[in-house]
Design a protein around this ligand. Sequence first.
Ligand SMILES: *[C@@H]1O[C@H](CO)[C@@H](O)[C@H](O)[C@H]1NC(C)=O
Ligand SMILES: *[C@@H]1O[C@H](CO)[C@@H](O)[C@H](O)[C@H]1NC(C)=O
Ligand SMILES: *[C@@H]1O[C@H](CO)[C@@H](O)[C@H](O)[C@H]1NC(C)=O
Length: 466
Amino acid sequence: MAAPLRFRLALVFSVFALLSLLARSSSQDLQIANAERRIDLTSHIIKVFLTLKVENTGASPASEILLAFPPTQVDHLAVVKAAATVGKRKKKTYQPLDVNPSEQPDSPNGTKYFSVSLLKSLGKGESVTLEVFYILTHSLEPFPVEISQSESQLVYYRDSAIILSPYAIKQQTTFIKTPSTNVESYTIVDPTNRAGKELKYGPYDEQPPYSYSPIVIHFENNNPFAVVEELVREVEISHWGSIQITEHYKLVHAGARHKGIFSRVEYQSRPSISGVSSFKHILARLPPRVHSVYYRDEIGNISSSHLRTNSWKSELEIEPRYPLFGGWKATFVIGYGVPLEDFLFESSDGRRYLNFTFGCPLVETIVDKLTVKVVLPEGSKEPSAVVPFPVEQHLETSYSYLDVVGRTVVVLEKKNVVPEHGVPFQVYYNFNPIFMLAEPFMLASVFFFFFMACVAYLHIDLSIRK
Ligand SMILES: *[C@@H]1O[C@H](CO)[C@@H](O)[C@H](O)[C@H]1NC(C)=O
Ligand SMILES: *[C@@H]1O[C@H](CO)[C@@H](O)[C@H](O)[C@H]1NC(C)=O
Ligand SMILES: *[C@@H]1O[C@H](CO)[C@@H](O)[C@H](O)[C@H]1NC(C)=O
């Protein structure tokens, strides 16, 4: 009795072992025929475009392709997107593909992976061209770490000349774009060429899996390193009027720290060379048809901001009380209202929903921690949020004057937010129109009781005499 069972178990185990071996070998059978990488270092938000021609040289079909990142880069990854190219030349179209973090057994040197799911699995001898796009934040290290008002800002960027991949790459080239021709130094991994604002690494032939060749580039980057350490956006819906938005910013210049004293005279008289890495203005893109815009800090209203509006967009140019140098901070609040009908809709199943933009309205800005609070009208039920990327969600209750049961607040939180996260999201909820009457009823009853109190007061004889 025991012997056949043991035999059967052994059989099951060996089948498993065989299957996992097959799965492993299938991943080894992919190879990259050609890879081209373009790294854009012109801003402090680093954009990388990767074109991979992947071939299946094995016998079994492959349904996913792995992207590898060194552990130092993974923490700074804000976005990873992939698309498959369909058609040739002029008829080329892109099919977006799902990309998800993936755990792999025994990854060398702590390599982290993202897995790209193909729509149609790649058969034996077939190939597919992938366009991968990713964004790195906080990946430029200022050096020197402190600069004076008259100095330019220099930074280090570290990467590998050879693309990190679990697959062998037959041929590859990397192009790196710098903001100016001012490049102090760069690592040479032959062949390496520099022309104008571009550095070219490669072509490199026949690189085995997990090849890595560290490089450091030291260059000038005077772009405003605008980082919002914390942003809280409150979106309050009132069925009676408009949507009111209040945004609390903690902005910092994350570039090289300012050293010495700040001379406003020098700053104003020689703007082209004094404080080149500082910033005086910052632009906020607000929805069209905004009204009652204000901008204030802890001292009070700041009037030196300009609002330009047209039917497509509104732009608010914010000017803090002083220019921001490396390490300097500014805390401020922006508030505005938008028409209800532009952002509140009814879905086909009768629920109401808000369709608003996620992310940060400031251009070219990184947000370390973003909290979006959607304050629903009183009496709203069963809220649910739809956001096209993972966010942390929870519910809160807030009370404002005239509230009876309080308002449900949908709280969405995300770390490491970049302009690419400025896409529409929705919050659906059920609403009983009877609650529309709650506020007027409260107002009416307050007036009624006040009136009754007055009447009573006038009729009560408080005098002592008989
Ligand atoms: C891991 O890193 C070390 C040091 O950087 C390097 O020598 C080694 O080749 C790497 N191992 C693999 C498997 O990539
Ligand atoms: C600031 O501006 C807002 C909107 O224009 C206004 O309602 C408020 O009274 C102002 N506050 C002060 C202190 O000036
Ligand atoms: C939300 O608004 C955007 C444009 O502002 C529109 O493209 C999108 O279809 C809307 N989504 C829903 C679910 O209404």
